[in-house]
Design a protein around this ligand. Structure first.
Ligand code: NAP
Length: 251
């Protein structure tokens, strides 16, 4: 049986390890190619876009893919939409694997934002020191709020300097430690943190640090209807794949 995993997340890596150990399954993980340092997966991999939804359908057919797994990031909207359409058109099952969203507790000072534009507005008129950890593709939205200082954290260096008058870029890849995040927030006199509700453990330390220091967090919600029927556990997705394998064998 042939499985294609749309990856780029730690959940996809975990699933890749499970697939590597399964017998009778040939699996490939696909990366967009945004990040240069990819952790070598234990199964075969391909890198780069498919060329839109039609390209993905062509790939599924050409490679005789039996099951498609969308294990991309919860904010990777386009590829998830493509996966849904392509699986339907290629008439193969689609399993969605997505980490659960972070949930507010009574100790948190979260301000909900619908999207990046809403988040920039939520910063308000008064100049603030902002810890911006929203992904390099989202930074442009904050050019509309130039009165603030932005400490921008990205995984990879930015191709172009952001169009922000007052900023500093630092790089970092999770998992982060709460103590280190608290130190950073204190040393940089951060007033507010801006983040997407990505969920997962690797980036959760900044949420805990903000909670401990009573710093507000502008939390950008996950896109619309996405991931409603998602599974959260790679093992659960693996069980589904194995059930499908048995069904195909007529067991
Ligand atoms: P996106 O906006 O949903 O996708 C843009 C295009 O990138 C897609 O149309 C597709 O190109 C290509 N693509 C995306 N994921 C791919 C994959 N796994 N394999 C092959 N092509 C892929 O995605 P994005 O937000 O730019 O994220 C890109 C990748 O980074 C995703 O795989 C995601 O899992 C990972 N990631 C994203 C975030 C985030 O915050 N968005 C955070 C961490 C990791 P074609 O149309 O040419 O097929």
């Amino acid at each position: 049986m042939r499985v294609l995993v749309l990856g780029g997340t730690s959940e996809a890596n975990k699933l890749a390890h499970l697939l590597a150990e399964a017998s009778g399954i040939s699996a490939t993980v696909s990366f967009a190619g945004r990040t240069k340092a990819i952790l070598a997966p234990p199964i075969s991999c391909r890198i780069g876009g498919f060329g839109g939804v039609e390209g993905l359908i062509d790939y599924l057919k050409a490679e005789n893919i039996d099951v498609l797994v969308d294990a991309t990031h919860p904010f990777a909207e386009q590829i998830s939409r493509h996966a849904e359409i392509a699986a339907k058109r290629a008439k193969i099952p689609l399993a969605v694997l997505s980490r659960p969203a972070w949930v507010r507790t009574v100790q948190d000072l979260w301000i909900d934002a619908a999207d990046k534009t809403d988040a920039a507005l939520a910063l308000g008129h008064e100049p603030r020191r902002v810890f911006l950890t929203i992904g390099r593709l989202q930074i442009e939205a904050f050019a509309k709020a130039p009165q603030h200082f932005y400490l921008v954290r990205t995984i990879e260096p930015l191709a172009l300097p952001p169009r922000l008058p007052n900023y500093r870029v630092i790089h970092g890849r999770g998992p982060f430690l709460v103590e280190a995040e608290e130190k950073l927030l204190r040393e940089e006199s951060i007033d507010v943190v801006v983040t997407k509700n990505s969920g997962g453990e690797a980036a959760f330390a900044k949420i805990l640090a903000a909670r401990n220091l009573r710093i507000p967090v502008i939390m950008v919600a996950r896109p619309g209807e996405a991931m409603q029927a998602a599974m959260h556990d790679p093992g659960e997705v693996m069980d589904c794949i194995l059930r499908h394998q048995l069904a195909r064998r007529g067991v």
